[in-house]
Design a protein around this ligand. Structure first.
Ligand code: IFM
Length: 466
């Protein structure tokens, strides 16, 4: 188990990084892709038999999403998947990472299947294969069927069976065509924001439910991976984790303690049980209460021999002590610590390229860690369309700087096998709505017109070196 000391270990100055790299420097087998999520792009929220999910319910409530929007139409990917996959191919990527919508496939979460939903992902997968792109499926990217939320959702232990049932259906449907599987997307974000901070669906501020949800999510992480192993021949199985370097505001004991807790929440809570290390509870009484939800025999089931882990990194976190009960840790926002505006993104996150190196180094240091893919990295900036072009120079620079750090980690011997951009196209950014634009492709949400941004053109050129 790594402690705060390791997390704070100094890194080489950024100036020493290689900046004139090419695709070849990453090696011939390194995979390049883009990542997406069903709810953020598909739309068609009530079409062809799809059931509602917690984000349909949440975003359609007044006042929940900052710009008053919802994901009902989103990027209309449900109808435009062919041309969107063609755009991805045109930028010379190898991999399309997408998630399946649980309630499109099983409208009530369990029980009867929606054949039209199953057919949709067959069309997406077939289109990828046709274009010589590898489809990578994420089974859960935050859109729990509403019918299951009505039964208690992630706080109900029965979810382990529900999720296994859904996983088996998806594996049986697509397992002969899809060989790369990710079980969960960023479980730390969905449990914390959904059950503790109350700003993501199902929007609970409920510490006990949070602890239950964490344990059930961790159980699902490993149990569903076993279901994939049993149902898909030659599967490569992983799951993804959000990750951010965390450091205390200063070395005062209360801030150091707060940073330790923030680190557990942001970085350790899901990977350590998956690696057979159990829950990281030391020094945090609240988290140690998770034991109440652990039944006999559970502990042995939390680990799985994943073929890879996905790491997702955007920024870093500077933490200070807070009086807020249960958490007692708060981020000192970049704007409050003098980070200049040019060094923050449209999400208010600090651009901190060294951070991706730091998390790669840290996760690589776990004993028995499998190979790592960067399954998300990207940035939102306020892009403008000018004469049919989007000159997103800051995003181009962001990718150059972060990729330099990924390469640095790889050259130091860390087993990093791929890099996937978040995200293919501008989309519904959860509680922020459509304002933050993360895409390589600009989307006009009135007309659904697409324009490949300069960053997409940069990748097209960078990846065109075979
Ligand atoms: O849009 C999200 C994605 O769904 C999960 N990872 C972070 C992205 C940017 O906030």
């Amino acid at each position: 188990m790594l402690g705060l000391g390791a997390m704070l270990s100094p890194t080489l100055p950024f100036m020493m990084q290689q900046t004139n790299f090419t695709k070849k420097d990453f090696g011939p087998d390194f995979k390049w892709g883009t990542a997406t999520a069903a709810y953020q792009i598909e739309g068609a929220y009530k079409e062809d038999g799809k059931g509602l999910n917690i984000w349909d319910t949440y975003s359609n409530k007044k006042g929940k999403i900052k710009d008053g929007t919802n994901g009902n139409i989103a990027c209309n990917f449900y109808h435009s998947y062919k041309s969107d996959i063609a755009l991805l191919k045109s930028m010379n990527f190898d991999v399309f990472r997408f998630s399946t919508s649980w309630s499109r496939i099983l409208p009530n979460g369990i029980g009867s299947l929606n054949q039209k939903g199953i057919d949709f992902y067959h069309r997406v997968i077939d289109e990828c294969l046709e274009q010589n792109l590898e489809p990578w499926i994420t089974l859960y990217h935050w859109d729990l069927p509403q019918a299951l939320q009505d039964k208690g959702g992630w706080a109900n232990r029965e979810i382990v069976d529900w999720f296994n049932e859904y996983t088996e259906v998806v594996c049986k449907a697509y397992g002969d065509k899809v060989k790369h599987w990710m079980i969960l997307n960023e479980p730390a974000a969905s449990t914390t924001l959904g059950h503790l901070a109350g700003i993501h669906a199902p929007a609970k501020i409920a510490p006990r439910k949070f602890l239950a949800a964490v344990h059930h999510t961790t159980m699902c992480q490993a149990e569903a991976a076993r279901v994939v192993r049993a149902n898909v021949s030659n599967a490569t199985i992983g799951t993804t984790f959000s990750s951010s370097p965390v450091s205390p505001k200063n070395d005062k004991a209360r801030h150091v303690k707060a940073a330790h807790r923030m680190d557990i929440l942001l970085n350790r809570l899901f990977v350590e049980p998956a690696l057979g290390m159990g829950y990281p509870t030391e020094g945090w009484n609240f988290i140690s209460k998770i034991e109440r939800y652990i039944k006999q025999g559970d502990e042995q089931k939390l680990a799985f021999d994943f073929d890879f882990i996905g790491l997702q990194n955007y920024t870093r976190n500077i933490t200070k002590y807070s009086l807020i009960p249960f958490v007692w840790a708060f981020e000192v926002l970049p704007s409050k610590r003098g980070v200049p505006k040019e060094k923050t993104t449209d999400m208010g996150w600090e651009v901190y390229p060294e951070g991706i190196y730091e998390v790669l180094k840290r996760f690589s240091a776990y004993k028995n860690v499998p190979p790592i893919y960067v399954t998300e990295n990207g940035c939102a900036f306020p892009d403008k369309v000018e004469n049919g072009r989007v000159h997103d120079d800051r995003r181009v620079q962001f990718f150059k700087d972060y990729l330099a750090q990924v390469l640095r980690a790889k050259q130091e011997g860390m087993d990093i096998r791929g890099y996937y951009v978040w995200t293919l196209m501008d989309n519904f950014e959860w509680q922020e709505g459509y304002r933050p634009r993360f895409g390589l492709v600009h989307v006009n949400f009135e007309t659904q017109e697409r324009i490949v941004k300069d960053s997409g053109l940069w990748f097209r050129n960078f990846l065109d070196t075979d």
